[in-house]
Design a protein around this ligand. Structure first.
Ligand code: PRX
Length: 644
């Protein structure tokens, strides 16, 4: 990734710059008094009780923000807009994949959230009781999250693409008492079932007392009497009156599971006041949100992006947004652009992998739609390659729109490094600058800042309001994973480079985490899934570069002696991973090999396997315990190739 040449800088237009919510002065203002700055941003929220201290860092790295303050996240996302006389403003413009549409104003959203909150209470869910949500992208997903937030029941949303096994392990780790799901949702032109995975998962989830089921597709569902309850019946019967309790600023809002470097996903805990402050501030500032904007983020609520920039950020800011259930190519490849045209979307936020897919489909597809309503574009999930950046800005943004490349993580809760659309002379491929009030650096092995032009590790050097508070039920792992590499620094797991101007370029993960289509997958988790198959003795997984998805999962497998090497074994192993984790984790290729390259201490040298997977000359293999292994792997592979 090179430096942008001078002609590649994209400056905001003068009209955009002068009308922007944030100008260059904000950086200095935030740097002058970082905590005072965040306290001011907390003023974007309505507090039932004011906080008495901005940050308590005495028990670092376990932070408490806005100490002593009390508030309700759902009240802040919904009711206060109604109270302020904006009840008729549209909150959600839902577009179902089959073409059905539904509009919810803030007043209607308030009724739905209150009724759902009362229904949850009636089912025995109290403050502090964990709830799991496994839903398609329908308005009820937003309502369910807000209803949980309203009564102080922390939620964990599990992406609908995860398998029953993955759902079960999350439900049990979280200790969920209730699961909210649907019969199914529409994907790729067909009804796709969700409830069977819940039924399967619940065969061993002893804490779950009830399942609340949204009717979406009308497909047949198995029904467990006494346990299962229809959402439409329970919610319709409930009162739309509900007093939102004032909760502590540090009350748990949600847990989002994400892949780490071990086989067990980490439950990242976010709490109320700090998280909501940063989500609301960054939504407003980074997307330059104005009251008349129509915003659309294509992320699923099953990921952190769907939490911070579909639910909590936009709704706290009182935004009008599009919520789309389906895939970009159903029923045709112009579906997204058609939605933008129809709803006059002005701010659009998606992932580089989706942009590259649209590039592949051809510029003539978006050219067939009127995209002139767009004024800000954003990306998230991985670095955007300069070519895709230019295509996005020119073909989708008409060469008018700033593009904000937002770097952040499940753990950071909100945007951390990004250009501001009315300030930056943006460089295609660079995430540029820490958000005002955020302190980041690029350091070397010794923890010293690198010189301009050098690469190193990305660290966050000061606490920030939306930071993860801990790993659910595993505080030691929280300290160990993020805070132990350099004293006082949060280590993000990403490599980065500072260019000559001091701007930051992200270089990808430096640990055993892969990024496939903007989704985080753990090599170890997939390896564990493979080893759980009776035919597999050992497995090593790597992420190989892929033009469209960023990385693709490639698995090297040593079979057990005597295993039946039937014709479809590699196919079976791919399916096995999909069943254990979910289709997103399915290896692109499974290669049967006689050996794996290991160091003398037994550590698998994934770097060498990546070389093979990417058809490169094999790099330095001098630390291998057995130098001939790579030849064996190559020879073995040609004997048993396995590709889609
Ligand atoms: O490697 C970085 C990459 O995605 C990781 C975080 O993944 P996750 O927690 O699933 O959250 C994704 C949505 C926030 C990071 O460690 N990443 C995310 N955004 C960018 C990025 N890499 C480069 N540039 C980005 N804009």
């Amino acid at each position: 990734m090179g430096n942008a040449s001078v002609e590649e800088l994209f400056e905001p237009a003068p009209e955009f710059r002068s009308a922007a919510n944030l100008g260059p002065a904000v950086y200095e203002e935030a740097a002058r008094d970082r905590l005072g700055f965040w306290a001011e941003q907390a003023g974007r929220l309505d507090w039932a009780e004011p906080f008495t201290e901005v940050l308590d860092w005495s028990n670092a790295p376990f932070a408490r923000w806005f100490v002593g303050g009390r508030l309700n996240a759902a009240y802040n996302c919904v009711d206060r807009h109604v109270v302020a006389g904006r009840g008729d403003r549209v909150a959600l413009r839902f577009v179902g994949e089959p073409g059905d549409e539904r509009t919810l104003t803030y007043r209607e959203l308030q009724d739905e959230v209150c009724k759902a909150a009362n229904a949850l209470t009636a089912l025995g869910v109290g403050t502090g009781d964990p709830v799991a949500i496994y839903l398609p992208m329908i308005p009820e997903a937003v309502v369910a999250m807000l209803a949980c937030a309203r009564i102080g029941a922390p939620h964990t949303v599990v992406f609908g693409g995860f398998s029953a096994d993955a759902l079960r392990s999350r439900i049990n780790d979280f200790g969920a008492k209730l699961v909210i799901t649907a019969d199914g949702g529409y994907r790729r032109g067909a009804a796709s079932a969700l409830k069977p995975a819940v039924d399967d998962a619940l065969t061993s989830c002893p804490d779950v007392a009830h399942v609340l089921v949204v009717l979406r597709t009308g497909q047949d569902v198995a029904w467990s009497r006494g346990r299962d309850v229809w959402w439409h019946e329970a919610v319709a019967a409930a009162s739309p009156e509900h007093e939102a309790p004032a909760l502590d600023s540090e009350h748990p809002l949600f847990v989002m599971y994400t892949s780490g470097t071990t086989g067990k996903p980490k439950g990242i805990l976010h709490t109320t006041g700090g998280y909501l402050t940063q989500a609301a501030y960054t939504f407003w500032g980074v997307f330059d949100h104005k009251p008349d904007d129509v915003y659309w983020c294509t992320a699923d609520v099953g990921w952190i992006t769907g939490h911070s920039y579909v639910v909590y950020g936009p709704l706290a800011a009182g935004a009008t947004q599009v919520l789309y259930e389906g895939t970009p190519d159903t029923p045709h490849r112009g579906r997204w652009w058609e939605i933008i045209q129809r709803h006059r979307v002005s701010i659009f936020y998606t992932a580089p992998t989706a942009i590259r897919t649209c590039m592949k489909w051809g510029a003539e597809i978006p050219a067939g739609f009127d995209l002139s309503s767009l004024r800000v574009l954003g990306t998230v999930g991985e670095s955007i390659n300069p070519e895709a950046y230019r295509w996005y800005r020119r073909t989708i943004g008409g060469d008018r729109t700033p593009v904000v490349d937002t770097w952040w993580q499940t753990e950071t809760g909100g945007h951390m490094i990004t250009p501001l659309p009315g300030v930056a002379a943006a460089k295609p491929g660079a995430a540029m600058t820490p958000v005002p009030g955020v302190s980041a650096d690029v350091v070397d092995d010794a923890g010293k800042p690198v010189a301009p032009g050098e690469s190193g590790y990305l660290v966050l050097t000061e606490p920030w309001p939306a930071m993860a508070r801990t790993i659910w039920k595993d505080p030691d792992r929280f300290v160990e994973t993020y805070w132990s590499r350099w004293e006082g620094y949060y280590f993000a797991g990403d490599g980065a480079r500072r260019d000559a101007d001091g701007d930051i370029w992200l270089l990808g993960r430096v640990d055993d985490v892969m990024n496939v289509s903007g989704h985080r997958l753990s090599t170890t988790e997939i390896e564990s899934a493979l080893v759980a198959h009776p035919a597999v003795a050992e497995a090593a997984v790597v992420g190989a570069s892929d033009e469209t998805t960023g990385q693709a999962v490639v698995a090297y497998v040593i079979l057990r002696e005597g295993a039946d090497v039937g014709g479809d074994l590699t196919e079976e192993l791919r399916g096995h991973v999909a069943k254990e984790i979910g289709p997103i984790a399915k290896p692109r290729r499974v290669l049967l090999v006689p050996e794996l390259p290991k160091t003398r201490s037994g550590k698998i040298m994934r770097r060498l396997l990546r070389d093979v997977a990417e058809n490169r000359e094999i790099g330095d293999a001098s630390t291998l315990a057995d130098a001939s292994v790579m030849d064996l792997i190559r020879d073995g592979m040609t004997a048993a190739p396995a590709e889609d």
